[in-house]
Design a binder for this molecule. Structure first.
Ligand code: KG4
Ligand code: ZN
Length: 313
């Protein structure tokens, strides 16, 4: 089945065609430049931009695969969670196309779609463990089988990616924060500062608001707002360690307790080279990541998720 995937849940307008877990075409238009000057995504601007771009992106995506609309066997679209107005743009387009082309439609969950980025990695069959770690979510999921999940842990406050974005902003680093903190951290010393590492006892939950506040207080009170280049890099390096450690700790503890054969780490923060390094050091070959391009929001993962549900009908 050739599935056209559509993703507009946040600040990426994306379309992809997937067939039997193979990507035939994958186009992503990021809105980073539009939102960067505000230090975060402005919902109204995001939905307007999706409205402007989605038709063009979809046509480009089909053309790249050498396909026309009539070659599509099914449509998948992100239905939730996400920014209301942005979701509505993708949903309206997908429902209209499904109606006109007379092909089935799968309206899929955004977090489940991130897990389906594993379809392109050659990962084995479930049971396994998924860590979805993005700008909006930090969720640990026991994947009993595809379509049957148990949520083991969630964030109690901020998501990990959101924390990277906020810390980058107080450090004066550009949005999105994850990549810019990672870049600054490469020139910093991890041991220069000690920030609190979230530890919620026996729970698999995560918490990031304390860490965010600790960095803010360090800058505002201890350093009196004086941030030179070296200090920024040192804080970035120390913060990054404190932010990533609970992700690895909770995931590895859950994996051994539920006997998961593999671990799949996805979502925007999974693009972090340092996170990949930490998992590699502590867990070796059983940890899988999507290609960096497929960590942040994309439509190939949406199409893969839709393909699973449409084939099951
Ligand atoms: O999955 P995604 O595109 O959007 C959501 O569904 O939220 O994730 C975006 C998030 C942003 O918060 C961004 O700062 C973070 O992923 N991110 C990173 C890195 N690259 C992107 N966080 C840490 N290190 C990175 N290298
Ligand atoms: Zn996402």
């Amino acid at each position: 089945m050739k599935i056209l995937g559509i993703e507009t849940s946040c600040d990426e307008t994306a379309a992809a065609v997937v067939e039997d877990s193979r990507i035939l075409s994958d186009v992503i238009a990021s809105q980073i430049d539009i939102h960067a000057k505000y230090g975060g995504v402005v919902p109204e601007l995001a939905s307007r931009e999706h409205l402007k771009k989605l038709n063009l992106i979809t046509e480009e995506c089909l053309a790249n695969a050498g396909l026309g609309f009539r070659d599509i066997d099914g449509i998948a679209v992100t239905s939730n969670p996400g920014l209301e107005g942005s979701l509505l743009v993708g949903l309206t387009a997908a429902r209209t196309l499904s109606y006109i082309l007379k092909v089935p439609l799968a309206e899929v969950d955004h977090l489940e779609s991130h897990l389906f980025a594993s379809a392109f990695t050659g990962i084995g069959k479930p049971p396994g463990l998924g860590l979805v770690v993005s700008g909006g979510h930090t969720r640990l999921v026991h994947i009993r089988e595809w379509g049957r999940y148990e949520v083991l842990g969630d964030t109690r406050d901020d998501a990990a990616g959101e924390c990277f974005d906020k810390v980058a902003s107080v450090l004066g680093l550009p949005y999105p924060g994850g990549p810019s903190v990672e870049k600054a951290a490469l020139s910093g010393s991890r041991g220069a500062y000690r920030f609190p590492v979230s530890d919620l006892g026996g729970s698999y939950d995560f918490s990031y608001s304390g860490l965010k506040t600790a960095v803010l207080y360090k800058i505002k009170y201890d350093l009196q707002g004086k941030l030179d280049g070296k200090t920024v890099c040192d804080i970035a390096a120390a913060f990054q360690e404190a932010a990533l450690k609970p992700l690895v700790d909770n995931t590895l503890r859950a994996a051994s307790e539920c006997g998961a054969g593999w671990i799949f780490v996805c979502g925007g923060v999974a693009a972090s080279g340092r996170l990949r390094e930490l998992f590699g050091e502590r867990a070796g070959k059983n940890v899988f990541f999507p290609d960096k391009r497929l960590c942040t929001d994309n439509a190939a993962m949406v199409a893969a998720c839709g393909e699973f549900y449409l084939q099951r009908r």
